[in-house]
Design a protein around this ligand. Structure first.
Ligand code: NI
Length: 391
């Protein structure tokens, strides 16, 4: 395959882009340098159109196929933002910005999609249009949702949309994907327990929010174990507990709890919110304390479309061979804001092997540059497969 030799020569240049982005991490929507780096290259490659400032700092490049601006359009998406983590890798291209680093490999995602955009601009071996989408604020800012709300799908007539994330532990050169839910929803209960404080030696004169909080944490464990179908995935984790007082001999007025709920289905997600509320309000009533309950919904479930997954499998097999493509990869309970793009249009989100690197969001993580040619070839093969075989 000519593309392979060609890419071997270009992979080191793409790695240099990756390392440049890695050294200059930016957070959330504040990805001006990275977005500028992307837009400049998309123009230089000969994209037919480059649009900046969509979803605040998102960038979209349009590449028409051999017959020009006719036919279907597919979107290929990368994320550009870093994390508020202090890097400890010690690599020569380590973060130059204290307290910020590319600990999730979005530097690699951006570089690989740029590399693919260059190949697609050069080859144009497809009918229709490829929209390369570079989004800000994947890490907690819902940049994907903001791009969708800014008209991403309508403005560029995107029919299908595809995402890719590196996965530590999956060997380099392997791909993993599945139909249906592949990443979880992430919601955030916040519970404020309002008691009556007083002397710890006279508990009968108080309404102790501390004991109520302890009971709540334990009782919330039954949401998964007693109220959720055992064949469904569900996580309820209470991760924060703060009390008004730090004295040994004072029962505080108020205790707050916080945590996260993860599910793989919209139905379980709705049921879990109701069950968490029921337990919290019931335990508060049993203990004679007041409670305010807030439940913030974060990213929805990332759900892959069956037909799009078949296209992704076909493309991955073309570049990696049948044995290197896991078509029933288990879902993960982390969340991903590509979910919003998949709510807007059907598509598929897949994993690309990052080998034996440190885990995602670890201060010792680094994207594996050896994955670059695999990711680039997948994107190119995907575009050619999706836009040549469904005519
Ligand atoms: Ni990520």
């Amino acid at each position: 395959m000519a593309l392979t030799d060609h890419l071997a020569n270009r992979a080191s240049e793409i790695a240099e882009w990756r390392q440049d982005i890695h050294a200059n991490p930016e957070l959330l929507f504040d990805v001006h340098r990275t977005a500028g780096f992307v837009a400049e290259r998309l123009e230089a490659f000969g994209c037919d159109e480059v649009v900046t400032g969509i979803g605040r700092t998102g960038v979209v490049g349009l590449i028409h196929g051999r017959n020009g601006a006719v036919g279907r359009t597919i979107g290929l998406r990368a994320d550009m933002d870093a994390l508020p983590i202090a890097e400890t890798t010690g690599v020569p291209w380590a973060s130059k910005v204290r307290g910020k680093m590319h600990a999730c490999g979005h530097d690699g995602h951006t570089a690989m999609l740029l590399g693919a955009a260059r190949e697609l601009c050069d080859e144009r071996n497809f009918n229709g249009t490829v929209a390369v989408i570079f989004q800000p604020a994947e890490e907690g800012g819902a940049g994907g949702r903001v791009m969708v709300e800014d008209g991403l799908m309508e403005r560029f007539s995107i029919d299908q949309v595809f995402g890719m994330h590196n996965l530590p532990g999956l060997p380099v050169g392997q791909f993993g994907m599945r139909t249906g839910a592949i990443m979880a929803s992430a919601d955030y209960p916040e519970i404020e327990i309002l008691g009556k404080g007083g002397h710890a030696a006279m508990p009968h004169t108080t309404a102790d929010p501390m004991v109520a909080a302890a009971q709540m944490i334990v009782s919330l464990q039954t949401v998964v174990s007693r109220s959720t179908d055992p064949l469904e995935a569900n996580v309820v984790s209470i991760t924060k507990l703060t009390a008004d007082s730090s004295a040994f001999n004072v029962i505080p007025e108020r205790v707050t709890l916080g945590g996260t709920v993860r599910t793989l289905s919209p139905k379980v997600r709705d049921e879990t919110e109701a069950n968490v509320r029921r337990v919290v309000e019931g335990v508060a009533a049993a203990h004679g304390v007041g409670v305010t309950f807030r439940y913030r919904r974060g990213y929805p479930v990332t759900v892959n479309n069956a037909s799009a997954v078949r296209t992704a499998i076909a493309a991955a097999r073309k570049v990696a061979g049948d044995d290197e493509v896991i078509t029933d990869h288990p879902p993960m309970m982390g969340a991903e804001d590509f979910a919003y793009m998949l709510e807007a249009q059907p598509g598929a989100y897949i994993f690309v092997g990052n080998g034996n690197s440190a885990g995602l969001h670890s201060p010792n993580y680094d994207f594996n540059d050896d994955a670059i040619p695999h990711g680039v070839r997948y994107w190119v093969a995907l575009a050619e497969t999706a836009l040549n075989e469904n005519l």
